[in-house]
Design a protein around this ligand. Structure first.
Ligand SMILES: Cc1cc2nc3c(=O)[nH]c(=O)nc-3n(C[C@H](O)[C@H](O)[C@H](O)COP(=O)(O)OP(=O)(O)OC[C@H]3O[C@@H](n4cnc5c(N)ncnc54)[C@H](O)[C@@H]3O)c2cc1C
Length: 464
């Protein structure tokens, strides 16, 4: 990093969105510096934990089945966000997603057919061979080959912005600060999910029981600086992607292996051994992301996924083994739940489950009648020991409060004017498309689409 130099493009962040921007800008001839807060071995933020991206396509491809047209993608997004999305930016994301796979492949990313299990994604989502870690490594290799400069352990703590124009950033490395000048800035520094104090401001005491699924480096520092500097915001601080993860997972960075996918195959109870939501409301990829918030609203933010031996083999097992017992009473004791209350909940559920042909691949007819909340699909009595349970906590994936952007990814200020040379991509602006809710694989789509545009626009601004 040369503090005597003015770079064409400064990219803050070191995940998918940042690397897509850096590569795109460099390919157009701009000089690019990437500042990644983490050490080299933790580079790649939340992106290194990912597995796939959602992609529009007209017909079967090497790794995707059938077709996934714009109209269906849009309807899916509209449903999960309940309309809280910017249609212009959402449609841009969807249309551009069709070109992502070919571009990614050119940068060294490899794909594989989808996994089986409770995720019905073979048609809509392209899986990365080697997961997000391999994707990130491929991008860093390509960036280095192209001549992108990359600095690790380099946290940006201040941005100098005047009249909507960025001039320089203050970087802290090994305890000392340095000023770096650049003609344009791409903010790709993630959301604020790893900032426990900020989560607590939004969620109150409940946040003490949240686990963060990804990097501890996404603290929202850049988001806060841009907000304080007058950037217009989208979504709100309580909106986020949050799934139910194993309560035994570490506080940070547990990754994908701590997610629990058994929920639609049994029942979910809170610490009072009471069910609280329809476990079979819709296909799991359309519902898994609501369960973090649901558990967050339960007493002490704890819940339990309970199932019997019929479910074994029907979902991808998480890292930790489930607790196991031969009776519901013994299972309750292992979970420190009231045995009578759990027995009552299970027998009410079993009595309410209507017989049908169980099929996890369709919205089947196995539903309950006369129990609240209902279970709309995949409701089978829990009657085949041994019985199993996973303890669940809210696992925060990423937050949606972000900066407003336009189609060129320029950050918009509160007066409605776009920043002259500040662009944003990835989680830091994902709330433009995801005001609430989530569609599996769209996080990487947003980062790839807007990262590429941000890099192109920043280079164009400088080189025009
Ligand atoms: C376990 C897990 C699994 C997931 N699986 C999927 C999936 O399969 N498909 C999908 O679409 N999405 C998935 N997601 C969501 C996905 O990770 C994000 O949507 C996407 O990676 C966001 O990319 P990003 O570049 O914006 O953020 P990140 O990849 O988090 O990168 C942000 C970067 O900014 C750096 N940074 C932060 N602050 C500063 C600062 N002040 N100075 C310098 N650098 C800074 C961080 O170190 C980090 O490298 C998953 C997330 C998790 C946690």
């Amino acid at each position: 990093m040369d503090s005597g130099r003015t770079y064409d493009v400064l990219v803050v962040g070191g995940g998918n969105a940042a690397l897509c921007a850096a590569i795109s800008a460099r390919q157009r001839g701009a000089s690019v510096l990437v500042l990644e807060a983490s050490p080299r071995h933790f580079r790649g933020g939340n992106s290194r934990h990912t597995r796939n991206l959602r992609s529009m396509h007209d017909g079967p491809t090497d790794v995707l089945t059938g077709s996934y047209p714009e109209s269906e993608y849009w309807e899916d997004l509209l449903q999960v966000t309940e309309g809280q999305t910017n249609e212009q930016l959402a449609r841009l994301t969807i249309r551009r997603s069709a070109t992502c796979r070919a571009w990614m492949a050119q940068q060294g990313v490899r794909f594989q057919p989808s996994l089986t299990g409770t995720l019905h994604l073979s048609r809509t989502n392209a899986f990365f061979l080697g997961g997000g870690k391999a994707l990130i490594n491929a991008y860093y290799r390509t960036a280095a080959r192209l001549g992108v400069e990359i600095e690790y352990d380099a946290e940006v703590c201040e941005l100098k912005i005047r009249d909507g124009r960025f001039t320089s950033a203050i970087v802290v490395r090994n305890g000392s600060s340095q000023e770096v000048r650049a003609k344009t800035l791409v903010a790709a520094a993630g959301g604020f999910e790893a900032n426990l104090a900020w989560l607590k401001e939004a969620w109150g005491e409940a946040a003490d029981n949240f686990l963060i699924r990804g990097t501890p480096y996404d603290t929202g520092k850049i988001l806060r600086i841009l907000m304080d500097g007058g950037a217009k915001t989208v979504s709100d601080p309580t909106q986020c992607h949050a799934v139910a993860i194993d309560a035994r997972a570490p506080r940070f960075d547990g990754g994908i292996v701590t997610r629990v996918d058994s929920l639609p195959l049994g029942i979910v109870v809170n610490k009072n051994a009471v069910r609280f939501y329809d476990e079979g409301e819709d296909f799991w990829p359309k519902r898994y992301a609501i369960w973090g918030r649901l558990v967050a609203r339960q007493p002490d933010q704890i819940a339990f996924s309970i199932f019997d031996s019929k479910a074994i083999g029907a979902f991808v097992p998480p890292l930790y083994p489930p607790l196991q017992a031969n009776t519901i009473r013994e299972l309750a004791a292992a979970l420190q739940l009231d045995p009578l209350a759990l027995e009552r909940t299970v027998s009410e559920f079993n009595a309410a489950a209507r017989r049908g042909v169980f099929n996890l691949a369709v919205l089947d007819g196995c539903r309950t009648e006369g129990v609240t909340p209902p279970k709309s699909h995949w409701a089978r009595p829990l009657d085949s020991p041994p019985f199993y349970a996973y303890p669940l906590r809210p696992g925060i994936t990423f937050t949606y409060l972000g900066v407003a952007v336009n189609e060129r990814t320029q950050v918009i200020f509160q007066d409605g004017k776009p920043a002259k040379n500040i662009y944003a991509a990835g989680e830091i602006m994902a709330g433009n498309i995801l005001g609430r809710g989530y569609l599996a694989g769209i996080g990487m789509t947003i980062g790839t689409v807007f990262g590429r545009i941000a890099g192109e626009e920043a280079a164009r601004h400088v080189l025009a």
